[in-house]
Design a protein around this ligand. Structure first.
Ligand code: SF4
Ligand code: SF4
Length: 264
């Protein structure tokens, strides 16, 4: 329970995560803080547009080594002949223990991860397709980053819940918290963030007064754009990832929390 003094302290001295927590419903399960709105109020499902793969992916050296002996098979099954020799990875210039997948021309004027391929109008990951079709355990081969997208698992570095872990889904409302790969620098963007905070607060109020529909304000990421009845609630859609990372028992507690949250 966060008392009034603590709230003021977090508001004044806390960081972005503290302020986000103060403004959003959070459910604690064991040592994990769940962004309830993100998991229990949005619907998720991939539309296979391929956009999340346009920057490639990083993976630890072990994942790359694990893939190496299967590379020829993956490439010959799915990748067009004219770009097979470009498939692979290279060392990250910033973190030596990480490998980055090569970026190649996927379509005319469209660059993306070398493992991406197109089937009809939809884009697929060749590592995923290969592991799935050859009945392997997909998560043994797929880069961690790709498994978890768009989940974000952050160590709590604020003052309200030190030592805990915060999980959410990457959305515009929280991109300043979840950009763990360090692509965007936030310094000097104070006005932009202030604008977003005020806007989110306003939306929250309007929703509580029933002036806005949830679906209207939440969709702002690939996963949520075509949200509708036909897509699962996000905590259900991300069941495999949540179980893989946190375990079955944890996921059952998430389901119980979701039932409680959505019935209120
Ligand atoms: S819908 Fe999202 S996750 Fe699916 S391919 Fe597009 S950007 Fe990637
Ligand atoms: S490895 Fe697969 S899922 Fe990951 S970025 Fe490349 S194509 Fe996309």
């Amino acid at each position: 329970m966060i008392d009034k003094k603590m709230k003021i302290r977090a508001e004044v001295w806390g960081n972005d995560l503290d302020r986000y927590i103060l403004r959003h419903p959070i459910i604690a399960i064991d040592d994990v803080l769940i962004d309830a709105e993100a998991f229990f109020k949005t619907n998720s499902g991939c539309d296979f547009c391929g956009n999340c793969c346009l920057h490639g992916a990083s993976m630890p050296r072990e994942t790359a080594e694990n893939l190496q002996s299967h590379l020829n098979e993956i490439v010959s099954r799915y990748i067009p002949a004219d770009r097979r020799d470009q498939v692979g990875w290279h060392e990250s210039s910033q973190k030596k223990e990480l490998q980055w997948t090569n970026l190649v021309e996927i379509d005319r004027n469209k660059k993306g991860c070398c493992f991406l391929y197109k089937d009809g109008e939809r884009y697929f990951c060749s590592i995923y397709s290969w592991a799935f079709e050859t009945q392997r355990t997909i998560y043994d081969y797929w880069p961690f980053e790709c498994i978890m997208y768009p989940l974000a698992i952050l160590p709590y570095n604020g003052i309200l819940h030190p030592g805990k872990t915060f999980i959410t889904l990457r959305r515009k409302q929280n991109w300043f918290l979840v950009d763990v790969y360090g692509g965007i620098k936030h310094e000097g963007m104070v006005l932009g963030r202030l604008y977003r905070e005020v806007k989110n607060l306003l939306f929250q109020r309007m929703r509580s007064w029933r002036l806005l529909d949830d679906i209207e304000i939440l969709p702002d990421d690939c996963y949520f754009k075509k949200s509708g009845q036909y897509k699962k609630l996000s905590y259900m859609y991300f069941e495999p990832q949540l179980i893989w990372y946190f375990g079955e028992e944890f996921y059952q507690k998430v389901c119980a929390a979701a039932r409680q949250f959505t019935s209120v």
